[in-house]
Design a protein around this ligand. Structure first.
Ligand SMILES: [Zn+2]
Length: 272
């Protein structure tokens, strides 16, 4: 009898627990709905949200992420000054090569200005980093150590694979499956990674001038609601600095909102 009573009590507790959990799920759903209603009905709830004037419905905003790879360098400071003047956030996929070493303290200034610091590569040497998956993650550890004195490295969880996630140059060193393996491992390690869909081609051997960089960007951005622009802040990309104010003006005229990569990701999750 006692055992039956115990069982009944356990069952009753279990039922109460299930009911409570269901109520909590419903409550959180209602809060979520209200939250979205608020966003949909306010004019400027967030820089990245827009309400379509034509339909009155919430429209997905046009977003642009300016991303700078391979820095910091002597060109990073002028870039920061322009971004500050224009009040535009950006994302920096940094390296820690010999050429970067002198400028690494700038990483602290980049972060302090509210930009996103993300990982690219310590050495950026394809033959080394793509020799094996272990070699790749060792390079990332080296990069994190190099950044440690300047930023909260534990908070960095975005990376960009050198050459992009679909590069084939890695096959030469680490075999055909290396990128697939690295992407899976990145996910296991809690990293987000991102490529680009607008290429400024500012670090090519032809050394394009600012006007050409701008033309390249407009060519790729045409018709895209979300633009992730690949730029570089190395010592060789002075023309990128020169093109930057016009680039920002172009995206503004086209109605884009500027975000860091992490902000864009949060926004897209929010509106899914
Ligand atoms: Zn790179």
């Amino acid at each position: 009898m006692r055992r039956d009573a115990d069982r009944e009590e356990r069952n009753a507790r279990l039922l109460a627990g299930v009911v409570l959990a269901a109520m909590l799920v419903m409550l959180s759903g209602i809060i979520h709905l209200l939250y979205h209603r608020e966003y949909a009905e306010t004019d400027t709830p967030n820089d990245c949200f827009a309400v379509s004037a034509a339909t009155g419905e919430t429209a997905l905003p046009k977003i642009v992420c300016l991303t700078f790879d391979d820095g910091p360098s002597k060109n990073t400071r002028p870039i920061l000054e322009i971004l500050d003047k224009e009040q535009v956030p950006a994302t920096f996929f940094v390296c820690a090569q010999d050429a970067n070493e002198k400028y690494l303290p700038l990483v602290a200034d980049i972060a302090a200005a509210g930009h996103q610091i993300a990982l690219h590569s310590a050495t950026h040497q394809y033959s080394k980093i793509y020799a094996s998956t272990d070699a790749f993650w060792q390079d990332i550890r080296t990069l994190r150590q190099a950044l440690e004195p300047y930023v909260d490295v534990a908070a960095i969880d975005w990376l960009r694979f050198p050459g992009g996630s679909t590069n084939t140059v890695s096959h030469r060193y680490g075999g055909n499956g290396i990128m697939k393996a690295l992407k899976a491992q990145a996910e296991d390690k809690g990293y987000h990674w991102i490529d680009w869909n607008v290429c400024a081609e500012d670090a090519t051997a032809s050394h394009p001038d600012a006007a050409q960089i701008l033309r390249n960007i407009r060519r790729d951005a045409d018709g895209q609601d979300t633009c992730v622009v690949l730029l570089h802040d190395t010592k060789a990309t002075g023309q990128t600095v020169k093109a930057l104010p016009d680039m920002i003006a172009y995206f503004r005229e086209q109605g884009y909102n500027f975000c860091t990569v992490a902000q864009m990701d949060a926004l897209q999750c929010e509106t899914k």
